[in-house]
Design a protein around this ligand. Sequence first.
Ligand SMILES: [Zn+2]
Length: 76
Amino acid sequence: MTDKKNKTPKCSLCDKPRSDKYRPFCSKHCADLDLNRWLTGQYAIPVEEEEPDDFDRAISQANALSNEENDPKKLN
Ligand SMILES: [Zn+2]
């Protein structure tokens, strides 16, 4: 085991030699990219959608409209 080659560690995202400042990445760019990916992965969990306050009202309005349209008296 002679001639030990000190391999330069590579950036986790690309194959450029990593920088001490931004390890395990080569640059702030790659560090940001990875952080972003991590964060978006964390926040990609679907959140429960809140029903709008007037959801029920909108539904009954739609029902009233379709009832009017299907009213046999109006059709004739
Ligand atoms: Zn990189």
